[in-house]
Write a protein that binds this ligand. Structure first.
Ligand code: DX5
Ligand code: ZN
Length: 226
């Protein structure tokens, strides 16, 4: 049975002078998850925010807070993000030498565990941690910024990971340059959770965001595997 097609807008693209309103707006516009891009200026060449942002938006929405940690080292901060209200905590396979331990720590905190792969990282890194995973995040851009161009070669990696996952209860998420035009490539390859920042936070508010979310979802569903 195919997994539901879920849309996770990235708040990195939101108007930060009105962050709470912007999260309420995507919630009302029908998003499934709220994607929170944490950047440390070390693992990626950009700085966004820490657990304080998760804590700030937690009371604003009941939607799943999907926290993408683009930080290294990551283990030092897992407890803080869990306490701040993250529902899913995703670490990068490239962030340190102890991926299995990081995933165990996230599960021990009672949260869902995800691992993210940069475009240049082969799917083979997943081989020995698959059974710890709730989510696999395939980066479809090099992490660090919103508004970048989708990397078409990543669709093949999604297809291979879909095959590795088999019947396991794991969501396959893609992130970066996802629009109604690019989402078919990765939905057809087997992704079922779609992060979009600039393609959702276009326009003036809830009605525009709802149309943007619907357009991505419709394009994903039209191309998705049954
Ligand atoms: C990039 C982030 C992405 C990014 C998505 O490092 O992980 O979530 O914010 O932004 P768009 O959808 O504009 O590429
Ligand atoms: Zn992200």
């Amino acid at each position: 049975m195919s997994r539901p097609m879920l849309i996770a807008p990235s708040i990195l693209a939101a108007d930060f002078s009105r962050l709470g309103d912007e999260v309420r707006a995507i919630d009302e516009a029908g998003c499934d998850w709220v994607h929170v891009d944490v950047m440390d200026g070390h693992f990626v060449p950009n700085i966004s925010f820490g657990a304080i942002a998760v804590k700030a938006v937690r009371p604003v929405t009941r939607k799943i807070l999907d926290v993408h940690l683009m930080i290294a080292p990551c283990d030092l901060f897992l407890e803080e993000f869990a306490a701040a209200g993250a529902d899913i905590i995703t670490v990068h396979a490239e962030a340190g030498p102890h991926l299995d331990r990081s995933l165990q720590s996230i599960k021990a905190l009672g949260k869902k565990a995800g691992v993210s792969l940069n475009p240049g990282t082969p799917e083979s890194v997943l081989e020995y941690v698959l059974d710890r995973l709730d989510l696999i995040l395939v980066m479809t851009v090099n992490p660090g910024f919103g508004g970048q161009a989708f990397i078409p070669a990543t669709a093949e990696k999604v297809r291979r990971i879909r095959s590795m996952v088999g019947g396991r209860d794991i969501d396959i998420q893609v992130d970066g340059g996802i629009t109604p035009e690019t989402v078919p490539f990765v939905a057809a390859a087997g992704a079922n959770v779609f992060v979009a920042g600039s393609a959702v936070y276009k326009g003036e508010g809830v009605d525009d965001y709802r149309a943007n979310i619907s357009a991505i979802r419709a394009a994903a569903q039209a191309a998705g595997k049954d």
